[in-house]
Design a protein around this ligand. Structure first.
Ligand SMILES: N[C@@H](CCC(=O)N[C@@H](CS)C(=O)NCC(=O)O)C(=O)O
Length: 201
């Protein structure tokens, strides 16, 4: 059985829990408390020298890191990763966009505002991320103007990756009423079979 090294509040970990659940794959969770620096412990660093969750243990001693590469691995040969060459490349296009332009710009303000509760102390850096994050959300909003999902009108791991931090962007101080297409798409993602929320553990 797969073992997922996981932290409940992490959007990157949530992506993997959501996909495993929707694919009906049983897995064991091992909680790693990032707030208590457990990713810096020698035993964890053996699994991921980059000291981050999620980590998927595929078989004893074989570890896969980086949430979106875990999604690609698990979704291979399922309807959540299209087979056609261009469709697959477009899924990857959105996975790379999520990592470079969206994820950290949504997750860092969320961390300082809603988890660490240090919004005042980190105000300038929160504003910096929010500027970049709003630019990324605008790109998504436009893309969704005439589409149901991000790639080829079907629910894929691109939607899972983009949904994870977007659906809780308000926790990072984002005003999502500016993005009606994204709000409708979030509802559509939530209505997919076997959807689970980030708090369902
Ligand atoms: N690019 C990585 C980012 C992973 C990441 O930033 N994980 C955070 C939790 S969301 C973490 O483990 N932080 C602990 C640390 O940096 O020590 C991925 O997508 O998996």
């Amino acid at each position: 059985m797969y073992k997922l090294y996981d932290f409940p509040l992490s959007g990157n970990c949530y992506k993997v829990r959501l996909l495993l659940t929707q694919l009906d794959i049983l897995f064991e969770r091992v909680e790693v408390n990032i707030l208590q620096q457990e990713t810096k412990l020698p035993d964890f660093l053996q699994k991921n020298p980059n000291s981050k969750v999620p980590v998927l243990e595929i078989e004893s001693g074989t570890f896969l890191t980086e949430s979106n590469s875990i999604l690609l691995y698990l979704a291979d040969a399922t309807p959540l990763l299209p087979e056609a060459k261009l469709d697959r490349a477009q899924v990857m296009q959105w996975l790379f966009f999520e990592q470079f332009s969206l994820g950290a710009n949504l997750s860092r303000p969320r961390f300082w505002i809603s988890i660490a509760k240090q919004a005042d102390k980190f105000a300038p850096i929160i504003e910096y991320h929010q500027r970049q994050g709003n630019a990324a959300l605008q790109v998504m909003e436009q893309h969704l103007a005439d589409r149901q999902f991000f790639v080829n009108q079907q629910y894929t791991i691109a939607d899972i990756a983009l949904y994870s931090y977007t659906h809780m962007a308000t926790e990072g101080g984002y005003d999502m009423s500016q993005y009606p297409n994204i709000e409708i798409w979030c509802e559509r993602v939530r209505s997919q079979p076997q959807h689970v929320s980030i708090t369902a553990i």
